[in-house]
Design a protein around this ligand. Structure first.
Ligand code: C2E
Ligand code: CA
Ligand code: CA
Length: 708
């Protein structure tokens, strides 16, 4: 056993255990602080006892302190070499004895550190030093020695060992500076974290790692916290040797001596770059649209709210533009979602190029975008809206196919149309609907009338929810007159709604709302069922059965289950399918032509007839008529209205009838109100008329009376 205690690692102490126990462990601040303070204040704290051994008599003398070191009261026992030996730790006895014997033999002094067990069974570390007194012949006559209780020092050395291992193996980067904040030591994690070697940084102020991220205020706070609390902790970005940035959670502690003078600063840096980056990613996901990378609805709301605050104080104005793509659904359905996505990305980039630097563009979802833009006068907003509209004048090429899109834009102004995010957005949305309803590819400013309209729509929407259950719907039937057969050959079912509060609500008002909220599917099912069951009643009273036309909204055709439901309703009713006709408006067919063709073909196979309603208003091309499995064209009321006074109307109706004949389609003229119209239509070879002249829409009972 070595007795060389000058070596920094104490021989009786297993270095590897500490290493295993502490490598990578997080340090408790208090521990580190006390360890480092010990390091700085390391001083010998030992008590020294004396002893003397007279060789000739074998007499041993102990000083009072020696007794105390062995846990004894002075003079409690008669000292002897054997007694002394009984206190030496069992494992150290041989070493101690050998050392003493060898020193006697060599007549040289010695020094040894060993363990003792005191009377009260405490383990202590002692350092024994001994010199020998020789007579003239060189024989040893006395050994004089000291015994130092160095237990406390050893304990400290152990702690220091732990501290230095913690320093060495900690996963945190640690930098120790002197009181002037010059680096005196760094650990290897620091080297790894920063890319700088210890040699490169010694003597430097750690400031050199700064990325320029923190401002003066930031560092001021740090120093004041260190001065007041000896501690500072925050997150910051520093720069590595290779120039890249890294984020750390930085803790700096201040170590002071007994007199409260600063000795060192210890900085510990936990690498949180990855955490920060994933936070960044989460932020990206939470606040940005994945497709266009534009701010999403949530972020837009925040931005608007911030904008309102500053606009309020600075009396500024801004506008919200609510944009909705026209025909996007058609593109998505016919070219696929991927093409739809590509289009949105392309469109987003176009918008981004158009809006000013202070503007904020966001995608709310689907094909809805919003823009916040400051403005000086209304003209500049109208110009912006115009630029947006003309940016999509030319077709856009997506996957080698040219597509035509348009925008419907609604505009609300701060503060005139709202002083909060929700009102401004709602009103811009309302104005957008207005733009859409009035022919698309246009923009509209919000006005209060729209708001009233929107409220009314909202009220209807709520009421619609309960209308079926409340049995507030019923059907009217308007007879159709055949020029050829000179009789009623069919009726059109027209829905009626009487609400207990609002009274009669015309279908033109509530059907579009029902279409938006999808109640139309439920309502549509009810209409088909009711109409079929009424038709059975009607025909049961007639010698020659008549047919029934049922209006079907484009939204219903979109519903995947429509075909199956219609088929089973038909089967359940037992009505002959050829007596049933579905009326679909030209516009709704045009909006969704590809998918509508398939479903109409299937319906046609059931034996049900198909009629194109409001024909002439949908700008349909002749070529698509050929594709459609239709039986009837219903000439829109608009053309019939002025038939007797307007030559243009007459030639249009004439053309429609000619076209229908060439496709072998039956023609029905809607809205015939007077004899002149009827005569002209008869002369143009129109097949049937329907209108107030022949009969208004009637209740079932009135219809039965009308037919009898
Ligand atoms: P529509 O399919 O074009 O129906 C004809 C509309 O013209 C009916 O209005 C009818 O009352 C009206 N009308 C008939 N003859 C004349 C006339 O000589 N002069 C004038 N000025 N009007 C005439 P109504 O019942 O108000 O229905 C309006 C629209 O609501 C319908 O137009 C149809 O698009 C829709 N609708 C009605 N019932 C249903 C339904 O059950 N389902 C669906 N999806 N839509 C329906
Ligand atoms: Ca109709
Ligand atoms: Ca019609």
């Amino acid at each position: 056993m070595s007795n060389n205690h000058n070596n920094s690692s104490f021989p009786l102490y297993n270095n590897n255990d500490v290493l295993m126990e502490y490598s990578g462990a997080d340090m408790d601040m208090a521990t580190i602080k006390s360890l480092i303070r010990n390091l700085n204040e390391a001083q010998e704290i030992s008590k020294t006892g004396h002893w003397k051994l007279v060789i000739s008599t074998n007499e041993l003398f102990w000083s009072d302190e020696t007794y105390r070191i062995f846990g004894l009261i002075p003079n409690e026992i008669e000292p002897s070499y054997e007694k002394f030996f009984s206190f030496v730790h069992e494992e150290d006895r041989a070493t101690v004895h050998d050392a003493y014997m060898k020193s006697l033999e060599d007549k040289k002094s010695y020094c040894i550190v060993h363990r003792i067990t005191t009377k009260d069974k405490k383990l202590k570390y002692v350092e024994e030093r001994c010199i020998h007194k020789l007579d003239v012949d060189g024989n040893v006559i006395k050994s004089i020695g000291t015994v130092h209780d160095i237990t406390e020092r050893i304990e400290r050395e152990k702690e220091l060992e732990i501290a230095s291992n913690v320093f060495k193996y900690a996963s945190d980067g640690i930098v120790i500076t002197d009181k002037n904040n010059h680096i005196v030591s760094v650990n290897s994690s620091f080297e790894k974290l920063t890319g700088y070697s210890k040699e490169e940084v010694l003597g430097k102020d750690p400031k050199f790692l700064s990325s320029g991220w923190g401002n003066e205020e930031f560092y001021k706070k740090m120093w004041s916290s260190l001065a007041n609390y000896d501690l500072w902790n925050d997150e910051l970005w520093d720069r590595k040797k290779d120039g890249s940035l890294y984020a750390v959670e930085q803790t700096v502690i201040c170590v002071r001596d007994k007199n409260q003078e600063v000795l060192n600063y210890i900085g510990m840096s936990r690498d949180i770059t990855e955490e920060k980056n994933s936070q960044e990613k989460i932020h990206q996901l939470a606040f940005y649209d994945f497709l266009t990378k534009l701010p999403n609805a949530k972020l837009f709301k925040q931005e608007v709210e911030t904008y309102i605050k500053s606009a309020h104080y600075n009396s500024e104005t801004f506008a919200i533009l609510f944009l909705d793509l026209d025909n996007f659904k058609w593109i998505n359905d016919s070219l696929g979602h991927h093409a739809g996505d590509l289009l949105l990305i392309e469109i987003a980039a176009k918008l981004q190029n158009i809006i000013s630097e202070d503007g904020i563009l966001s995608r709310l979802g689907g094909d809805e975008f919003v823009i916040l833009t400051p403005y000086e006068n209304l003209l500049s907003i109208s110009q912006l809206a115009d630029t947006i509209l003309s940016s999509v004048k030319e077709p856009i090429t997506i996957q080698n196919r040219e597509v035509n899109v348009g925008w419907s834009i609604g505009i609300s102004l701060y503060p005139q149309n709202g002083d909060n995010h929700s009102d401004l957005l709602k009103n811009a949305d309302t104005a957008m609907y207005e733009a859409k309803n009035s022919g698309k590819n246009s923009f509209r400013y919000f006005n209060d009338m729209m708001n009233k309209d929107a409220l009314y729509r909202l009220e209807l929407d709520t009421k619609l929810r309960h209308a079926i259950a409340n049995k507030s719907f019923f059907l009217n039937y308007q007879p159709k007159y055949s020029f050829v057969e000179r009789r009623t050959i069919g009726v059109e079912a027209l829905i009626r709604w009487i609400d207990k509060d609002l009274g009669f609500i015309p279908p033109d008002k509530f059907i579009p709302i029902a279409e938006e909220s999808n109640y139309i599917n439920e309502i549509g099912r009810w209409v088909i069922k009711q109409a079929l069951s009424d038709l059975k009643i009607i025909n049961s009273k007639l010698a020659t059965p008549i047919s029934i036309s049922i209006n079907v909204s484009g939204k219903q055709l979109d519903e995947a289950s429509f075909y199956d439901e219609a088929k089973s309703l038909l089967l359940e009713s037992g009505v002959e399918p050829s007596l049933v006709e579905f009326e679909v408006t030209e516009t709704s067919i045009m909006q969704n032509i590809e998918s509508v063709v398939d479903i109409l073909k299937k319906i046609k196979k059931l034996g049900v007839k198909i009629s194109i309603d409001d024909f002439g208003t949908g700008y349909s091309s002749m070529s698509y008529l050929k594709k459609l499995p239709i039986d009837t064209l219903k000439i829109d009321r608009e053309f019939v209205k002025e038939l007797e006074i307007d030559e243009d109307s007459k030639s249009i109706v004439n053309a429609i009838i000619a076209l229908a004949k060439s496709f072998k389609l039956t023609t029905v003229a809607e809205g015939v109100e007077n004899e002149e119209q009827k005569l002209i239509l008869d002369g143009l070879n129109c097949d049937m008329t329907q209108g107030y002249l022949y009969s208004r829409p009637l209740s079932l009972d009135d219809l039965l009376a009308f037919l009898s």
